[in-house]
Structure formats: structure tokens, C-alpha cells
Ligand binder design. Structure first.
Ligand code: ADP
Ligand code: MG
Ligand code: ZN
Length: 414
């Protein structure tokens, strides 16, 4: 079976080989087991449910939180000659009819469902009639309050599974924090699935963090030599996005804005431009990025402190998906920390959840102020031990002083 998988990998997807981890995940899936796979962003999780969907009969239902991501994947699969469809709020009537027809005739291999669809009463009926072989839950951390992107609609998955009876379940996420993991297992599976944890290290990402000290100047300074390359700058506020984009445009960059306060058509147009063209700095809130599949983003900047280490990791993970070197820079200030503390304390969350959020903030601050290798500190948070990386900002500061010694020696021997 895995040999057939390998041959389809080449003939259908055009990939020479599996990426690390993919084979280990696909094999138990083909053997019919439930799987929870935790793998970093860009690792290639989609393929782990797409490929098995082609190998045996029956329908794979994919639950995914973002319409843009669904649209891209359906277009990509259709382009590869695979029968796939999506049901979400952006469908027109003709598109929905095409999907329903394909479901009835049993032609569909992959059906993408938006979370809002899960709780609709006709969804379970429709799926029961169509017959579901597998349920693949993408961005599965959305089912947990302890994840950084809780979607209450994901809770309807349990009900749907009961309605469908026995259905093989797969869950995928890049988030690995222990509480989130436990929630995913409890809410998505009837019994403990096979859990696969891939490596979190992204050696091609250069990590750097700086205390804010004239943030606009720091960002312009960072981007100046990197003009013309693809870059994402995350800001915590909509106004911050607008201001910074204006400053970047004035400095001769090509900056676009993306945040939830914009007119949807403009927002979508900007996302499209970023996806299709090169040399654009996208200045965005965290509303931007889930499901963006642009392999050659060279820089990710956080103009403000991210929300947690998980969010930081996911956001910088949008750089360098092609495996080539990519730079990241995160700025943090006392104001960010105060704001975050206030958001936590004033929020509606339970005491338990507030405690967790405080812990997550403290872990993030510890990463900002890490005394040694930043990558080592980051990976340790995800439970991975590693040696100093040699190319984060903190490692390089150490290296620079030895370079200084070399220079001094050269000067002496000259
Ligand atoms: P994830 O969901 O884990 O963040 P994706 O599924 O979006 O990652 O895949 C990231 C990129 O890797 C996509 O462009 C995908 O086409 C590519 N990819 C996946 N598997 C392989 C492979 N075996 N060889 C080459 N590219 C791959
Ligand atoms: Mg994905
Ligand atoms: Zn390092």
C-alpha cells in the first residue's frame, strides 16, 4: 500500500519523495487506524489526508477553519484531476449543486466542510447518505480552549461523529502544548489514537527578538536591505497596520494591508495580490496567514509582541516554507506586556483559563529575554531538546565576540 502511495505521490502530486514524517503518518492511516499528527507549519500535513483519500474507496471529509484554504486546496486537487469539493458560506448555488450531485453519485473523494456546517441538522443526514470513510480534522487545536484559536463550532464534531457511527478519524495541527493535546484526544477520538509528533525545528528560520526602541525605525532598518522580497509584518492593531503600511510605502516599499476591519473585497484582493505577486510587504493583523501557502516568504516581522509562543511559532512559520533561509524579527515592549495582561484580566475567561493565559504570557516573555540560544529556548517549550543553534540572534552575539578575537589575532599577525 505504501508503495502505491509513493507512486501516486510522484504521478499525481509530482513530488519526488515524502517529507520527514509523512510516510510514518500515512502508513497507519492506510492501515485504518486513528491518528493525531502534530507537525510544524509547512511540514506538509495536507498530503497526509489527501493521498490516502486517493488510495482506497470512500469519501474523506475534511474539516478546515478557513475558506481561503479550502478554496486553494480544492482548486489544487481539481487541477491534479482529483474529484474534490467544498461546502462553505462562499459557495454559490451552482457550486453547491455540483458538490451535492458528486456526493450522490459517489464520485467525490474529498469533501471540505466549514466548521459552521457541522452543526447544521442536514449535514449529518447528507454525510450518512453519502457514506464517510474518514474524517480529517485540520487545524485540530481549534477544538481546545487551551489552543490559541478556539472555534466553538469544532465542538460539534463529537456529535457529528456519533451520528456517523464508526468513522476513522484523523487530526492535524502544528500546536503541541500538553493541555491542547489532551483536549484534542478527548474531544476528537473515541479511544487514544496513534499520536505522531514531528520535529519542531525549522533550521532555515533565523530567530531574532529586540526590545522596542523606536519600533518604526527598527522595522524600516530591518526591511531596508530586504526590499523587493516577500514579507509579512504582524501588528496587534488595525490602526497600527494602516500607519506602518503608510510609512513603508513612503519609504519606497510596496506595502499592503490586511485586517478584519477592512472591506472584505479589498482584503481578499490584497491577499490575492500577495499570493500571486512578489516583492510585497503584507502588513497585517493575525487575521492574515492561516492557509496562506506562499513558499517563498523571506521575512516575518512582529511589530508587536505576539499572543503566545504557539502564535509566534505559527506566525514565523509562514516564512521559508521552501526550506531556504528566512529571517524573522520580533519586537516587544512594556506596553505590549501591559496590554496583554489587561486583556487577560478583563477577559470573560474562567479563572483556570486566565491562569493558563498568564502562564503562556510568562513563557513568551522568558523567550524574549532568553539568556542563551533562542531556538533552544523555543524548542524546549515544545518539549524538544537541542544544542545551541549557532545562528539565532543570541548565538550570533556570542559568535561575534569570538570573531572579534580572530580579527584581533589577524591584526596582530599582520
Ligand atoms: P502544513 O499544513 O503542514 O502547514 P501544507 O500541507 O500546507 O503544510 O504543505 C506545505 C507545502 O509543502 C505545500 O506547498 C505542499 O504542496 C508542499 N509539500 C507537501 N508534501 C510535499 C512533498 N512530499 N514534497 C514536496 N512538497 C511537499
Ligand atoms: Mg495545514
Ligand atoms: Zn541559537
Amino acid at each position: 500500500m505504501i508503495a502505491r502511495a509513493r507512486s501516486l505521490l510522484a504521478s499525481v502530486f509530482g513530488f519526488a519523495d515524502f517529507r520527514p514524517g509523512q510516510e510514518d503518518i500515512i502508513a497507519p492511516i492506510l492501515a485504518g487506524r486513528d491518528v493525531l499528527a502534530i507537525m510544524p507549519t509547512g511540514a506538509g500535513k495536507s498530503l497526509c489526508y489527501q493521498l490516502p483519500a486517493l488510495l482506497d474507496d470512500g469519501l474523506t471529509v475534511v474539516v478546515s477553519p478557513l475558506i481561503a484554504l479550502m478554496r486553494d486546496q480544492v482548486a489544487q486537487l481539481t487541477g491534479l484531476g482529483i474529484s474534490a469539493g467544498a461546502l462553505n458560506s462562499s459557495n454559490d448555488a451552482a457550486e453547491s449543486r455540483r458538490v451535492f450531485d458528486a456526493l450522490r453519485t459517489g464520485d467525490l473523494r474529498l469533501l471540505y466542510l466549514a466548521p459552521e456546517r457541522l452543526a447544521k441538522p442536514d449535514t449529518a443526514d447528507m454525510l450518512r447518505r453519502a457514506g464517510v470513510k474518514r474524517l480529517a480534522v485540520d487545524e485540530a487545536h481549534c477544538v481546545s480552549q487551551w489552543g490559541h484559536d478556539f472555534r466553538p463550532e469544532y465542538l460539534a464534531l463529537g456529535e457529528l461523529k456519533r451520528a456517523l457511527g464508526q468513522v476513522q478519524t484523523l487530526a492535524f495541527t502544528a500546536t503541541a502544548d500538553a493541555a491542547t493535546r489532551a483536549d484534542m484526544v478527548e474531544r476528537l477520538f473515541d479511544h487514544t489514537p496513534e499520536i505522531f509528533v514531528g520535529g519542531f525545528d525549522r533550521p532555515n528560520l533565523m530567530l531574532a527578538m529586540q526590545a522596542k526602541d523606536g519600533p518604526r525605525r527598527q522595522i524600516l532598518h530591518f526591511l531596508q536591505p530586504r526590499r523587493g522580497q516577500n514579507c509579512i509584518v504582524y501588528c496587534s492593531s488595525r490602526a497600527g497596520c494602516e500607519d506602518l503600511a503608510q510609512a513603508l510605502n513612503q519609504a519606497g516599499h510596496r506595502a499592503l494591508v490586511y485586517h478584519a476591519g477592512m472591506d472584505k473585497s479589498l482584503r481578499d484582493a490584497n491577499q490575492d495580490t500577495f499570493q500571486r505577486q512578489d516583492g510585497i510587504v503584507m502588513v497585517a493583523t493575525v487575521a492574515f496567514g492561516m492557509g496562506i501557502d506562499k513558499p517563498d516568504v523571506r521575512f516575518v516581522v512582529h511589530a508587536d509582541l505576539p499572543k503566545s509562543i504557539e502564535a509566534y511559532y505559527q506566525e514565523i512559520g509562514r516564512a521559508g516554507r521552501d526550506g531556504l533561509p528566512a529571517d524573522t524579527l520580533t519586537l516587544y515592549g512594556l506596553g505590549d506586556v501591559r496590554l496583554r495582561r489587561m486583556q487577560i484580566e478583563d477577559g470573560q475567561a474562567s479563572d483556570e483559563q486566565k491562569r493558563i493565559e498568564r502562564q503562556k504570557l510568562n513563557a513568551l516573555l522568558a523567550l524574549c529575554e532568553a539568556p542563551r540560544c533562542r531556538r533552544q529556548t523555543l524548542l524546549a517549550y515544545f518539549g524538544e531538546q537541542s544544542a545551541p543553534c549557532g545562528h539565532c540572534d543570541l548565538c550570533i552575539d556570542g559568535v561575534q565576540s569570538t570573531d572579534g578575537t580572530v580579527d584581533a589575532q589577524k591584526a596582530l599577525s599582520a
